[in-house]
Design a binder for this molecule. Structure first.
Ligand code: PBG
Length: 329
């Protein structure tokens, strides 16, 4: 029935009613906080392009995790900044690798038992050239790279990782990692695949944070063309066939249509990565007084849920948790 019988404004009259008919919510159950772990002791280096985010040494990360848990954050995602790098990123597979050390340190603290530890698996932070794998003839060699990724995954799970999140965009890596994890006795460790990961300008600030900018060329021979979304469906379908437990779309905000297509087409949990550039734009405009930062942050997270994501990886997580805990007081 059309106007004047139907008036949609009736349901917007009071907040209690708006809350009753609200279709989507963001909760701390959905959010994952990324963390950058670096060598040293007592190190907490601010990342200039990502306000309120830091490169932290293992001891500082442990304290940070305690604070996050107290705020109600349930899951973190680790990136490593290693002491030294090599040609094919094998430093990432060492028992004493930087992320491995952080995982063991956290697993030894009983108050952090419930914190869910996810690790980004990729070579770009660990190679001298900053590409995501082994270079042969000027490009990343797919089949050599998936071997190092599988080894890296097993090493990280041995050190205490709860879940593996490969972000490299090599073909066949989910299947290869699944195979190695199963062989090593970790058939119950889930894989969250960065399935539709685009070659995006929105990763700019992250490359400062993780010291992983490629020294030549770019990542367009392995990450997806931002113009494509049918291809994203193929990437996701393949990752599911290879054994991915959760699929991811990344970045989130310029790709909300891809999240929605994934939701409509597949029956699997979907993660979305609210990446560094998306975060920093909100922080910068907030600092300039051009937008209400808290309000925009909540709207951004909600838009990702509404598009169809079940899980959101976001640098806003800690601040979102703080806002929630102060409003509950
Ligand atoms: C590693 C990786 C990147 C991000 C997550 N994992 C960088 C890249 O692909 O260049 C980006 C995250 C962000 O921008 O927040 N391959």
């Amino acid at each position: 029935m059309a106007f004047p019988i139907t008036r949609l404004r009736r349901l917007r009259k009071k907040e209690a009613l708006r809350a009753m008919v609200r279709e989507n919510h963001v909760s701390l159950d959905d959010l994952i906080m990324p963390l950058f772990v670096c060598p040293g002791e007592g190190v907490k280096n601010p990342i200039s392009s990502m306000p309120d985010n830091y490169q932290m040494s293992v001891d500082v990360i442990v304290e940070e995790c305690k604070e996050l848990v107290q705020l109600g954050v349930r899951s973190v995602l680790f990136f490593g900044i290693p002491e030294s790098k090599d040609e094919d990123g094998t430093v990432a597979c060492q028992h004493n690798g930087i992320v491995q050390q952080a995982l063991r340190a956290i697993r030894s603290v009983s108050e952090l038992d419930e914190l869910y530890l996810i690790v980004d698996v990729c070579n770009c932070e660990y190679t001298t050239h900053g590409h995501c794998g082994t270079i042969v003839d000027g490009d990343v060699h797919n089949d050599l790279t998936i071997e190092t990724l599988a080894a890296q995954s097993v090493s990280l799970v041995k050190s205490g990782a709860d879940m593996i999140a490969p972000s490299d965009m090599m073909d066949g890596r989910v299947g290869r990692i699944r195979e190695e994890l199963d062989l090593a006795g970790f058939s119950n460790t889930p894989i969250m695949a960065y399935s539709a990961k685009y070659a995006s300008g929105f990763y700019g600030p992250f490359r400062e944070a993780a010291e992983s900018a490629p020294s030549f060329g770019d990542r367009r021979t392995y990450q997806m063309d931002p113009a494509n979304s049918d291809e994203a469906m193929r990437e996701i379908e393949l990752d599911i066939q290879e054994g991915a437990d959760i699929v991811m779309v990344k970045p989130a905000l310029s790709y909300l249509d891809v999240i929605r297509r994934t939701k409509d087409k597949f029956n699997i949990p979907i993660a979305a990565y609210n990446v560094s550039g998306e975060y920093s734009m909100v922080k910068a405009a907030g600092k300039l007084g051009w937008i209400d930062e808290d309000r925009v942050m909540k709207e951004v997270l909600l838009s990702i849920k509404r598009a169809g994501a079940d899980i959101i990886i976001s640098y806003h997580t800690k601040h979102f948790a703080r806002l929630l805990s102060s409003s509950n007081k």
